[in-house]
Write a protein that binds this ligand. Structure first.
Ligand code: DQA
Length: 147
């Protein structure tokens, strides 16, 4: 099984940006941790980060026929991007939504998730663990679909 782990705008600033909300782990540290967990789970993980909406759309499109699952933390685009929602729908690769912070307890504008409409599940407020739980859920869903 092969998963694409997508991180959107400002997630490259992890470790620097609002550490009380997002913690002190850097983006490279996150990748290292999630890659090790992917190996433990027996899946292949490819990582992609961009601050640009169109590049995130392209990365999702390129997952078509190549990836078994997508783990996506689209950052602020979560709350605004119909283009990312449409891309996820277009490829229909099973996708899981992740947020490091607990968006449910934050501002009203973070309560909307467009891309969530194309995701099987959502993990928020679990920090780096959310990415691992997302991979575990995708593995379960894909295995159930294939039996
Ligand atoms: C975030 C939550 C978003 O609302 C915010 O815009 C981010 C990060 C998170 O991981 O908690 O950039 O996706």
């Amino acid at each position: 099984m092969k998963f694409l782990i997508i991180n959107g705008p400002n997630l490259n600033m992890l470790g620097i940006r609002e550490p009380d909300l997002y913690g002190t782990l850097t983006y490279d540290g996150l990748v290292e941790y999630v890659a090790a967990e992917a190996r433990r789970l027996g899946v292949e993980a490819e990582f992609y980060q961009s601050n640009h909406e169109g590049d995130l759309v392209t990365a999702i499109q390129q997952a078509y026929g190549r990836m078994d699952g997508i783990v996506i933390n689209a950052g602020a685009y979560t709350h605004t991007s119909i283009a990312i929602l449409d891309a996820l729908k277009a490829v229909s690769v099973p996708a899981a939504e992740v947020h490091i912070s607990d968006v449910a307890k934050r501002e009203d504008f973070r309560q909307v998730s467009y891309l969530g409409m194309a995701c099987c599940c959502k993990f928020a407020g679990e920090g780096k663990q959310g990415y691992v739980h997302a991979m575990e859920k995708l593995i379960e869903i894909i295995r159930n679909k294939n039996t």
